[in-house]
Ligand binder design. Structure first.
Ligand SMILES: Nc1ncnc2c1ncn2[C@@H]1O[C@H](COP(=O)(O)OP(=O)(O)OP(=O)(O)O)[C@@H](O)[C@H]1O
Ligand SMILES: [Mg+2]
Length: 486
């Protein structure tokens, strides 16, 4: 029988969630009955627990018992007691302190918090109150230790998981990502095209609580609305033509995994309403059915559109926006973190090396050129540029002349500028100065078209080539540009 002055009433103990680690609890209370009761309860809940009667014994116990949570009675609230708690907090900052005291003073909680306690229990407290205080701390313990592990990993690596970049903007993003990965809150990922939104979504999943569960992406931009609906919510047999059998929606089949709704800004208003209902009620109704099925998946969304403006203009529901935007991660454009370009280039060259025979490097001038470029297509464009460079390179080194035309045009503009500034272009100080003939030709053609206001016949005349040659060249450029965009 437990003493009533500790626990007002008893409910059956609910053990800590199995996915949480087993934490060590040290109970400190001069009152033996209360102390033993807390000890019994903590053990019953699945914690490893020990007890000592006096605060004076805490420091020596902490040295041998790897304590995570200190459950300490501060009833007397004498200066000595509070001072001792504050000392423990200063010496062992990772130990979470829960203070307990009778309900006789409103200032008790305040004193406890001043001494570093993270939680406070009024005596007598219920078993549920003790259990939830311990559980809250267990959850934040997991989040903190994951964040610590991530920080340590970051010190050694060029980025986080598959994400490369050590610029301050990326480091900030990793810190946010580590904080939110362990929670189940919806996350909205924002950023220009090619900045790595899908990669962030995958990383969130990989560092989240259920990495072994499915990660299911849905591209709301490329699917017709009816298909998005049946994909997300599922359908019953006969719900529409071709529905020959019932199918679970992704929100259900993901289980406790992640559903990644890409291009969420493209969702129709009708589907926005349905998604909102599903998120609010945590259940879905498959197409053609009246039955509701509970959902537990984490929702991660992404867009390169300005959702806030869409909300203002009525293109996106405000209530859904707030629900999805509990946490948002904004990816920087590559032009705003150019210091990451060399790391990214090395990463993509290594990736090619792992997938194909042969090792490639990059010429310094080509890398310098890449640092000067603005990368409107962001990391995706950089990855394509490296692949293009490796394909075109004849030796093991990617040179300026092997890079895509956008970059070569930039090289040419540097050359023009250097020449018009009257600077001597040092021949081989740099291959930046040597512009491949193909590039000169392309620039000449576009210049001629500009001068003739797009009149191809006149342009061909100016260039001294036949109009068929001009047409062929333009077609080639078009095909090359289209390839580059993909
Ligand atoms: N920080 C990064 N480190 C390594 N690779 C990256 C990084 N960011 C993006 N990538 C790579 O760039 C490509 C584009 O990334 P991703 O598809 O995640 O971009 P996105 O923002 O979703 O683009 P879009 O808006 O066009 O869908 C992928 O191949 C991805 O692996
Ligand atoms: Mg994407």
């Amino acid at each position: 029988m437990l003493p009533t002055f500790v626990f007002q009433h008893m409910n059956p103990p609910h053990p800590i969630q199995p996915e949480l680690p087993i934490l060590h609890v040290l109970v400190v209370d001069e009152d033996e009955v209360a102390r033993s009761a807390c000890l019994a309860i903590a053990r019953n809940l699945g914690y490893k627990a020990e007890e000592v009667p006096h605060l004076g014994q805490v420091r020596s116990t902490l040295a041998r018992f790897p304590t995570d949570i200190l459950l300490v009675d501060i009833s007397s609230r004498e200066e000595g007691v509070l001072q001792a708690v504050a000392e423990v907090h200063a010496l062992f900052p990772r130990v979470a302190i829960i203070a307990m005291a009778p309900v006789d003073s409103a200032s008790a909680a305040l004193s406890a918090m001043h001494c570093g306690a993270v939680d406070y229990l009024n005596k007598p407290f219920t078993l549920d109150e003790l259990a939830s205080s311990l559980e809250r701390i267990s959850v934040s313990h997991v989040i903190n230790s994951e964040t610590r592990k991530l920080r340590e990993r970051l010190k050694l690596q060029d980025g986080l998981g598959q994400m490369i970049g050590r610029s301050p903007q990326m480091e900030k993003l990793y810190r946010m990502l580590a904080k939110v990965a362990q929670s189940k809150h919806p996350v909205l990922i924002l950023g220009e095209s090619g900045t790595g939104k899908e990669l962030v979504a995958r990383t969130l999943h990989a560092f989240g609580p259920s990495p072994d569960k499915p990660f299911l992406p849905v591209d709301c931009g490329s699917l017709v609305p009816t298909l998005v609906e049946s994909e997300l919510f599922g359908y019953v047999k006969g719900a529409f033509t071709g529905a020959n059998h019932a199918k679970d929606g992704l929100l259900v089949s993901a289980g406790t995994g992640t559903v990644f709704l890409d291009e969420i800004g493209e969702l129709t208003l009708d589907l926005q309403a349905k998604l909102l209902r599903a998120l609010q009620e945590k259940e879905v109704r498959p197409v053609g059915s009246n039955t509701r099925i509970p959902i537990r998946a984490r929702i991660v969304t992404a867009t390169n559109r300005d959702l806030a403006t869409m909300v203002e203009r009525g293109g996106f529901r405000k209530d859904l926006y707030y629900r999805l935007n509990v946490v948002n991660l904004r990816l920087p454009a590559l032009r705003d973190r150019k210091e990451d370009i060399p790391l990214l280039v090395a990463h993509f060259l290594n990736k090619i090396h792992r997938e194909h025979p042969g090792r490639f490097s990059i010429h310094d001038d080509a890398l310098r050129l890449m640092m000067g470029y603005d990368w409107p297509g962001n990391v995706r464009e950089l990855e394509n540029a490296i692949e293009h460079g490796v394909t075109m390179a004849s030796g093991g080194e990617v040179q300026i002349g092997n890079l895509p035309t956008g970059l070569q045009d930039l090289a040419l503009s540097y050359l023009h500028k250097a020449m018009s500034d009257g600077r001597k272009v040092e021949a081989a100080s740099s291959t930046t100065a040597v512009v491949p003939l193909a590039v000169r030709e392309r620039v000449a053609i576009f210049e001629a078209l500009r001068i003739t206001n797009g009149d191809k016949l006149k342009a061909a005349d100016l260039l001294g080539i036949g109009k068929t040659t001009l047409y062929r060249k333009l077609k080639e450029y078009e095909a090359a540009d289209a390839k580059q965009m993909n």
